[in-house]
Design a protein around this ligand. Structure first.
Ligand SMILES: *[C@@H]1O[C@H](CO)[C@@H](O)[C@H](O)[C@H]1NC(C)=O
Ligand SMILES: *[C@@H]1O[C@H](CO)[C@@H](O)[C@H](O)[C@H]1NC(C)=O
Ligand SMILES: *[C@@H]1O[C@H](CO)[C@@H](O)[C@H](O)[C@H]1NC(C)=O
Ligand SMILES: *[C@@H]1O[C@H](CO)[C@@H](O)[C@H](O)[C@H]1NC(C)=O
Ligand SMILES: *[C@@H]1O[C@H](CO)[C@@H](O)[C@H](O)[C@H]1NC(C)=O
Ligand SMILES: *[C@@H]1O[C@H](CO)[C@@H](O)[C@H](O)[C@H]1NC(C)=O
Length: 381
């Protein structure tokens, strides 16, 4: 079992994530825009709730928002808002959740795994690319590398593609491909890996670690596209869009396939099921995790604010929660097709011309679509 295809397949099993950073070579934008003071209060006190996430978030709010505590002291707080955990190591298993959540014992295993480590946000970086953004690479997982994720320069922009991984563990029945991964990483130098279990409910951990990585390794990134490994991205279209973007809009850019008025699924059979004991309330507007595009400036603000938002097991909803805390709303863009396009158009090259992202596509399809779009002879209306 060797061969590049298998590698790509493995990659999919570990929920690999991809992103492209686009940075201008000469960044002379020193002008800061004016501070905008909101006319009305832009945050609300959370309604007291005993669902575990809401509860933990209220504790975080109490500790981080001086306004809430303005007229009172910590000792005036009701006992249920006491953060009796604050001194302990957040990365040690938090066994108190087993008694704090009344139906804990009947929850599916993935919730138990999530809750016990809900407070841990720091994991060892096993494979890093410290110089990634210092010296943009010219030659760089394979279908993506060979198609839309091709790194290098495009006009005055350098583009960097990296793959974000956790640990594909034997406990989750993954074959041990660590030797192949090591080889792949040496070959392409585009893999970042942390030492935590790469599972669906840990994608939020990946998000938080990624935001941290950006701040330390690529603080100058102008724009970031982050998405799943089973999407086709029309990099040409994204670059043209960014080129035409006025500076005033660039700073607060956050676009994708935005879902509004959603809330937790209460049907146990759904992948996105969340029990009442865990979360009560609606979700803020959020961009579906298939892929979204945002500014480096927002990445920095998300990194800061995420420290004040309790981890939530669904990563794209979590990012929406962080944006809400920043007073921002992600914007829906018609070019993001996380629910695919109509079947009759799928083999028409011109159907992809004006799109930014289509989900899902196989590696073979990615290469094919990229070839169509890169053909100078392609003419579309
Ligand atoms: C704090 O007390 C002042 C004066 O009584 C009041 O105007 C203000 O609304 C209170 N703030 C909060 C957050 O309760
Ligand atoms: C927790 O609550 C009790 C009773 O309200 C209070 O006496 C104590 O100071 C609180 N502890 C902290 C750390 O806030
Ligand atoms: C690239 O940057 C140079 C110098 O800043 C500028 O003169 C040129 O027009 C830019 N080219 C493109 C394609 O944006
Ligand atoms: C990650 O995988 C390695 C073996 O590939 C194992 O030794 C290590 O304990 C794993 N770490 C975690 C956090 O599961
Ligand atoms: C997340 O990763 C940590 C560290 O590997 C692990 O202990 C925990 O069980 C994982 N959580 C889930 C929901 O898989
Ligand atoms: C993030 O927090 C740090 C430390 O408090 C601060 O220096 C920085 O300006 C903040 N960045 C943004 C974009 O808010």
């Amino acid at each position: 079992m060797t061969g590049p295809l298998k590698v790509v397949v493995t990659v999919m099993m570990v929920n690999l994530f991809i992103f492209i950073i686009i940075s201008r070579h000469h960044n002379q934008d020193k002008n800061r825009s004016k501070i905008v003071i909101p006319a009305k209060p832009f945050w609300n006190k959370l309604v007291p709730h005993t669902a575990y996430w809401n509860w933990q978030q209220q504790i975080l709010d109490i500790h981080n928002n001086p306004i809430i505590l303005a007229n009172s002291t910590l000792s005036d707080l009701p006992e249920w808002l006491n953060d009796t955990n604050s001194g302990s190591d957040p990365c040690q298993p938090d066994l108190r959740v087993t008694t704090k959540i009344k139906d804990y014992n009947s929850l599916p295993q993935r919730f138990k795994d999530f809750l016990i480590y809900m407070r841990c946000r720091s994991y060892t970086l096993k494979v890093d690319q410290p110089d990634m953004c210092k010296e943009p690479p010219f030659d760089r997982r394979q279908a993506i590398r060979e198609s839309w994720g091709r790194a290098g320069f495009l006009g005055n922009h350098s583009i960097i593609t990296i793959f974000l991984l956790g640990n594909a563990t034997a406990e989750d029945h993954h074959p041990d491909l660590s030797a192949m991964l090591h080889y792949e990483s040496q070959q392409h130098k585009d893999i970042i890996q942390w030492d935590y279990r790469d599972s669906f409910f840990n994608l939020t951990v990946k998000e938080v670690l990624f935001l941290e990585w950006i701040q330390t390794r690529c603080p100058g990134a102008r724009f970031i596209f982050k998405g799943d490994d089973d999407v086709f991205v029309n990099t040409h279209r994204i670059l043209n869009f960014l080129k035409a973007l006025p500076e005033s809009k660039a700073k607060d850019l956050f676009i994708g396939d935005v879902i509004t008025n959603a809330g937790p699924h209460r049907d146990k059979k759904v992948k996105y099921f969340i029990p009442e004991s865990m979360y009560i309330g609606t979700y803020p507007p959020y961009a579906g995790g298939g892929g979204y595009l945002y500014s480096g400036d927002i990445a920095a603000r998300l990194h800061n604010v995420s420290q004040h938002v309790a981890l939530y097991p669904i990563d794209d909803v979590y990012t929406g929660m962080c944006l809400r805390k920043l007073g921002l709303t992600p914007e829906k863009h018609k070019g993001f097709r996380t629910f695919n396009i109509e079947e009759k158009y799928r083999s028409n090259p011109c159907a992809y011309n004006s799109l930014m992202l289509v989900h899902p596509r196989t590696p073979q399809e990615m290469i094919q679509i990229w070839a169509w779009l890169s053909n100078p002879k392609l003419t579309c209306q």
